[in-house]
Each structure stands twice: as C-alpha cells, then as structure tokens.
Ligand binder design. Structure first.
Ligand code: ACO
Length: 322
C-alpha cells in the first residue's frame, strides 16, 4: 500500500530576534523566570514579515529540498490560527505566490496541532488515491494575537513558518496516526474572534487576545501526549525504544521532559527548537522537522514519532519512517 512520505522540508523565521533580556527591558520579567519555567531563551518576531510571506518562503525551501516544482503540487493545506486574512485562506495566498496552479488549497484551524492535522488530511487524500503530492504547512504570526501587557503569555510565543512536501511512496512513510479533540475544554486556551456587528445591535468590541490557563494546558499536555504517542507507536507495530527521534510541539521544555519520563525514553531523543524560537503553535513541528532534516539527523528509514497538541483542545500524533 502507498505510504505518505515526507520528501522535503523548509522553514522561515522573521529576521528580528528578541531575547528574554530584551523583554525584561520592556516588561516585569526576567531571563531566569522564562528560561527556568519554559526553556525559551529567545524568539523571532515579525516586523515586515506576514504569515503568508513566511509560508511562501518556507514552501519554496521545501520544494527545493524535495526537488519538485510548484506545478507538481496537487494539494496545499496550511495550519494556522493567525492568517493575514479571514478570506482568502493563507494556503490560497501561498498557491498564488508559488504559481501552484494545479493545486487545491485551504487552511485548517487546529491551533498547535494544525500541521499534524494537515499531514493527516493529506495522508487521507493520498490513501484514497485522490491526490499524489501535497504541500503542508504550519505558519503563525502569534505576536499579533498575544497581549503584550500579559507577561504570563506573551513571553511564550514567537512567529514563523514550516513546510513539508509529502508524496505517495511504496517503501517509506507514515505508519500510524492518532488524533483527537476535546471541545469541552476549549476555554483553557482561547482567542475570541470578531463578535456580532450589524444594524440590529450596538457593538464596541475591544480587540481580543490569546487567553490561557497555563496549568490546565500543562496537565492536558502531560497526560494526553504520552498516551497518544503510545497508542500511535503501538499501532505502527513498534515500541517507544524503536523510535529514533520524538519531534514534539515546542510549547515548553517541562512538557517535553515529562513526556520523555513517562515514555522512559532519554531526553536525547527529543530535539528542541523552543530555546531559540519559542512556541510557534502550528509552525513548531514543521520548523523542528526542517532543523532535524538540515542538521543531518534524518536518513531513509529513520523512525520518528511526532505530536502536536494545543487549543481546541486538539492533539495529533504520527509515526513515520523518513
Ligand atoms: N515573568 C515573571 N513572572 C511571571 C511571568 C513572567 N513572564 N509570568 C507570570 N509570572 C508570575 C505570576 O504573576 C505569578 O506570580 P504570583 O505567584 O506573585 O502571582 C508567578 O509568576 C507564577 O505564575 P504561574 O502562572 O503560576 O506560573 P507557572 O509556574 O504555572 O508557569 C507556565 C507558567 C510556564 C505558562 C506554565 O503554566 C506552563 O508551562 N504551562 C504550560 C502551558 C504552555 O506551555 N502553554 C503554551 C501554549 S499552549 C500550547 O502550545 C499547547
């Protein structure tokens, strides 16, 4: 049976880098507080970059890495909660900029699980024989939706985009997938959109920003992620020891350490990017994958377990052979 294989990766971070010490100059925080609780040292923040411009750059790099042209792409799926427009979808902007005229393009909103949901949707299309080659992305400009007066959230997030080209392959690729949602806990990580505004009512809505109950998110992550990974690894016919690398959503070093403990797997198998780019929601997993790929960690057959988790609440894991 055809497997969905990642054949190229790319990423793009904004030029401007903001360290914890830089933040300490403009708000009541410290490198000590942020580093010790999260592992984050710095993040990139968008000035002239947009969610679409970073997506396009990441996509070009992924196509180049895959040795493919934009015309060969049948499908573009982009995970984001911070697109530049309500419509058109960011995926359509990417399609236009690349000249991917044979692709169908749309966005998915699954917060920090967005790239993983995109991967699974592409996989379902490829398995069904509807499309052969897909460009999947996770891209965010979170800095425009976080409250820069709320030190408990704004220090956690960054901006960036990651992309991967996937294609049906006889030998290597996706072995198993797990995904889930729990809408009853949506309020622990939320950002209100526009409220009703029409001639029937008076509205004076203030701009709404990301609101998070950090401890509830933490509890959710450290229970759901190991369970989802276990289930996916087992479905792939493997054990946690068989996995070469765990590529997890980069929310917080403590969450990653807890997952490593619960699975009884050394932290060395959990590559990190949050130290230099913070939490970039849907973009975290594909940026990490690109860093692993370009860092030479991934060879044909290397076994990777990936997991995204966050707002919705949503979560998704995959096991694949590179
Ligand atoms: N700098 C200095 N002090 C701060 C800061 C800051 N940036 N932010 C909060 N504080 C203070 C608080 O005001 C509080 O002070 P008080 O005790 O005087 O009231 C104190 O630090 C402790 O605050 P808590 O919110 O209890 O801190 P906690 O130890 O829970 O750590 C954190 C917060 C790091 C967010 C933690 O809850 C966590 O790791 N949560 C996981 C959630 C997460 O990573 N979310 C990311 C987005 S979701 C996702 O991607 C899945």
């Amino acid at each position: 049976m055809m497997k969905t294989r990642i054949i190229g990766t790319g990423s793009c971070l904004p030029k401007a880098v903001v360290t914890n010490d830089d933040l300490a100059k403009i708000m009541d925080t410290s490198d000590e507080w942020i580093s010790s609780r999260t592992g984050i040292k710095k993040r990139h923040l968008a000035k002239e970059e947009t969610t679409a411009s970073m997506s396009v750059e990441a996509a070009k790099r992924a196509l180049d890495n895959a040795g493919m042209t934009a015309e060969e792409i049948d499908l573009i799926i982009l995970g984001t909660v911070s697109a530049d427009y309500v419509t058109p979808a960011c995926a359509c902007e990417v399609q236009a900029a690349l000249g991917a005229k044979n692709a169908v393009a749309f966005d998915v909103n699954a917060a920090c699980s967005g790239f993983m949901f995109a991967l699974n949707i592409a996989n379902a299309y490829i398995q069904a024989g509807l499309y052969r080659t897909a460009l999947i992305l996770g891209a965010e400009t979170l800095s425009k939706i976080v409250d820069w007066n709320d030190r408990s959230t704004c220090v956690l997030f960054g901006d960036g985009a990651g992309a991967a080209v996937v294609r049906g392959d006889e030998q290597y690729g996706l072995l198993a997938f797990d995904q889930g949602s729990d809408g009853t806990k949506g309020d622990v990580l939320a950002c209100l959109g526009r409220t009703n505004n029409n001639p029937l009512i008076e509205t004076d809505q203030e701009t709404a920003y990301v609101h998070m109950d950090g401890q509830e998110v933490y509890k959710f992550a450290v229970t759901t992620v190991p369970a989802s990974l276990q289930k996916t690894i087992e479905a792939a016919g493997l054990t946690p020891e068989d996995i070469d690398y765990y590529a997890l959503h980069q929310a917080n070093i403590r969450i990653i350490q807890s997952v490593s403990k619960r699975l009884h797997i050394s932290e060395d198998k959990f590559p990190i990017s949050l130290d230099h780019c913070g939490n970039i929601s849907a973009a975290s997993v594909p940026i990490l994958l690109d860093e692993m790929n370009r860092g030479g960690l991934l060879k044909p057959g290397t076994k990777i377990a990936m997991s995204g988790f966050g707002g919705g609440l949503t979560w998704a894991s995959a096991v694949l052979e590179w």
